[in-house]
Design a protein around this ligand. Sequence first.
Ligand code: HEC
Length: 216
Amino acid sequence: MLLRWIPCLALTFQASMVFAGIGYHDVDRAKKCQTPEGADDPVCAYEFISGCTVEGRNYADDVSCPAVRKQGRPFRVIPAPREPQADDARLQDPVFMKELNWVTTQVRSCGCACCHDTSRMKDFAMWDINKPYVWIEQMTKRGVVILSGQLSSTDLGSFPPSDNNGFDRSLTGAPTTDVARFKAFFDAEAERRGITAEDIGKMRPLSNGPTPGMKN
Ligand code: HEC
């Protein structure tokens, strides 16, 4: 009897470590598998806000984004507070553009794409990685430091990379297969915008669920 309980307790412990403080249900964390046309092996991904598919694939092709949109934070169409510009000098910087494209594909492979990417979905909340030019321009200062990992978003949960197609979300806002590279990109943007530690100290961490003061 006791032996039967031990694995059960271990599982409960792990789940509450990863999803501390929020009421996710087991059903929210189902892993979905399918074999893409022409492929030999199935692709499996958590149908969950912080789940990711295989690097380079579009998350919206592998799970149900409408299901992800019903979890945790309610999805609402919210226009971007700032618009990317065609005359942004960074568009001419090949090193910057290579990193921007890499970051874009990383986000596109994960649950964030269900609400922040119009390549498959028809609308988005606040920032859209499918926008032309330098899409990170859409983000507020708070958004930039959440993605860099300087402001907490642990409420969105994270899976061990070994169980999430290699994507880690423990140190950055969006899951990534290369934490140092992803963080460096958004740390540089935070520096460019002159965001100080004092500014960050006054910001509200990203929580899953309705944003205080916003009508959902
Ligand atoms: C179910 C839809 C949904 C998903 C999935 C989702 N978000 Fe969001 N996100 C929103 C909404 C709605 C807002 C705007 C209102 C708010 O902040 O609550 C938002 C806002 C944000 C902001 C603030 C942007 C700014 O400029 O201030 C960040 C950062 C963010 N999301 C990161 C993420 C990351 C990282 C993921 C993936 C791990 C993700 N979101 C997945 C719905 C979603």
